[in-house]
Ligand binder design. Structure first.
Ligand code: HC1
Length: 569
């Protein structure tokens, strides 16, 4: 342990700690902008400067290691002047359109300027860089005019996701964070996961909003507007309304959607259950008939973009199942439309997703197997919260309501899709019972749970041994893909989710989303699963009726036409 003094107060911290950590222990908050624990610790923004006795220059506390007897001052006139200067310089080259900025409510730059008491910017007359917005994808917007060059996005894109879609280009004042060759995002390897959006301190990287389009549909009396909510949204939306991270607000979210005017409020968990029927059957077929193994899950669209871009030779390992979001849309415009005698041309299908890549997935040209786009608009959890606020709905005063039938009926297995390992666990709950014809005594497959990088085990299906693995985050996905590439994969079935923690950590979730918050959302998902009356996908009564009345059986011709897809190298 190391003993040092922060503003005269002695603190003891483990060796290797930074001054920033020591200050926190001493009860002092040092402002930061570029710092992101374990991801971006580079001391670039110089906002966390402190004075250290014996050092000539001020030091960035986020990268300065503690030493025995060190004396640190965090609040001297020199420190205050230097921090203010850094932020003033950032603001002098910043688009100052805060009232119309998507991050108006939670901009870290604004917050730091407030904490430092900046009331004027001395350098406003200087040169400004001008860059145009990159609006090239249906999922994300890059606005370099709001970028403060903190490099958090660069670090998350390269170190966590190993995609390297955006990099620093140029030097000094002319530096810009952009895809190499100053290309548009659409022409870069960006997988649209939106992890950059989650870590951006300003509005330089954001989701593309479709709120106005959804209002227009809701305001059109000729349209029948159906909404589906992804598993991970219910354990996150409360955060936008002041609830503790990890609160479960399912019933209030349903009530809010009804109050917004949606004609039917349905649940993506329903088609997650359906996915298990299709994907589980596909796995059993591949095991029995010598199909391509390991089979890999296909519901996470950022992951699909990644394998298509970086491992195109291995796309035949993917399950051919569409994601639950897309299955839901295809069924809404066929099964649901027929059953309730609604012209599918009048149906608008809106998804509420924790994910920005879902916006891209919905626009894929192959996602129109019913003759109409499966899904018309995708809103992130954050966008839904904005709509609720725009409508003046007091979320915390809403009485809980239930999803509509039939497409709102689901099981705990569908729900746990939202956490890393959940698809695997849901699949095993069903596959085990189908193969062994025995009731599964313990539904909890603990090996698949939690934030460990790669999780794996062997399952005994009455004599047939199946090796399975789970990865979340694309750096971890690479590990499993490289095994396949090298002919060394011991697995039969793999779950991969693009975002760290799975969809609960998706790029469309409330900001902040960090490891601690991911953990809380995961706990909430499993808690909710435990309370569900049905916890196995094959026991979903509406899924059973759907097969009986409409699809026939898993992997039927109709299932193939509506619920399965193909991939592109
Ligand atoms: Fe997901 Fe999925 S779990 S991909 O993370 O398979 O986004 O929540 O909706 O489609 O069901 C996301 C979440 C989501 C799909 C399901």
């Amino acid at each position: 342990m190391i003993n040092l003094f922060i503003d005269g107060k002695e603190v003891e911290v483990p060796e290797g700690s930074t001054v920033l950590q020591a200050a926190e222990k001493a009860g002092k908050k040092i402002p930061t902008l570029c710092f992101l624990k374990d991801i971006n610790e580079i001391g670039a923004c110089r906002v966390c400067l402190v004075e250290v006795e014996g050092a000539r220059n001020l030091l960035a506390s986020c990268v300065t290691p503690v030493s025995e007897g060190m004396k640190v001052l965090t609040n001297t006139p020199r420190v205050r002047r230097a921090r203010k200067l850094q932020v003033e310089l950032l603001l002098s080259n910043h688009e100052m359109n805060c009232p119309t900025c998507i991050r108006n409510g939670n901009c870290e730059l604004k917050q730091v300027a407030e904490e430092l008491g900046i009331r004027e910017i001395r350098f406003n007359d200087g040169k400004k860089t001008t860059y145009s917005k990159d609006n090239s994808t249906p999922a994300l917007i890059r606005d370099p005019g709001k970028c403060i060059l903190c490099r958090r996005c660069v670090s998350v894109c390269s170190n966590v996701q190993t995609v390297e879609a955006i990099v620093p280009i140029g030097r000094g004042f002319d530096t810009v964070i952009a895809p190499s060759g100053l290309k548009n995002l659409a022409d870069s390897p960006c997988v649209k996961c939106g992890q950059c959006v989650l870590v951006c301190p300003t509005g330089a990287l954001t989701e593309k909003e479709y709120i106005e389009e959804v209002w227009a549909a809701l305001d059109d009396p000729k349209k029948h507007v159906v909404v589906q909510t992804a598993p991970a949204t219910r354990v996150a939306i409360g955060q936008e309304f002041g609830y503790e991270p990890g609160s479960i607000n399912t019933g209030q979210m349903v009530a809010a959607l009804r109050a917004l005017g949606f004609d039917r409020v349905f649940d993506t968990d329903f088609t997650a259950d359906l996915t298990i029927m299709e994907e589980g059957t596909e796995l059993l077929h591949r095991l029995k008939n010598g199909g391509k193994l390991p089979m890999i899950t296909s519901c996470s669209p950022g992951w699909i973009n990644f394998i298509e871009t970086f491992y195109g030779d291995y796309i035949d390992h993917l399950s051919t199942c569409k994601s639950p979001q897309q299955m839901f849309g295809a069924l809404t415009k066929t099964y649901y439309a027929e059953k309730f005698n609604i012209d599918p041309a009048d149906i608008v299908c809106v998804s509420i997703m924790p994910c920005t890549a879902k916006k891209f997935e919905a626009r894929r040209p192959e996602m129109i197997s019913s003759g109409y786009p499966d899904v018309d608009y995708v809103l992130t959890t954050r966008e839904l919260a904005r709509m609720i606020k725009q409508a003046g709905i007091k979320f915390d005063e809403l009485e809980e309501e239930e999803y509509d039938e039939p497409l709102g009926i689901s099981t705990g297995a569908g729900l746990i899709f939202g956490a890393t390992g959940g698809v695997m666990e849901a699949a095993l709950r069903t596959v085990y019972e189908i193969v062994t014809k025995k009731e599964l005594e313990n539904l909890e497959f603990e090996f698949a749970r939690g934030l460990e990088d790669v999780k794996e085990t062997e399952i005994d299906l009455d004599g047939t041994k199946v090796r399975v693995a789970v990865a979340h985050g694309l750096k971890n996905a690479r590990k499993l893909l490289d095994q396949i590439k090298n002919g060394e994969s011991p697995y039969h079935f793999i779950e991969i989710m693009c975002c760290p923690g799975g969809c609960i950590g998706g790029g469309g979730q409330p900001i902040p989303t960090n490891t601690e918050i991911r953990q809380k959302r995961i706990e909430a998902i499993y808690k909710e699963d435990k309370n569900m009356p049905l916890r196995k996908s094959h026991e979903n009564p509406v899924v059973q009726v759907l097969y009986k009345d409409f699809l026939g059986e898993p992997l039927s011709e109709k299932s193939h036409q509506l619920l399965h897809t193909h991939y592109t190298k």
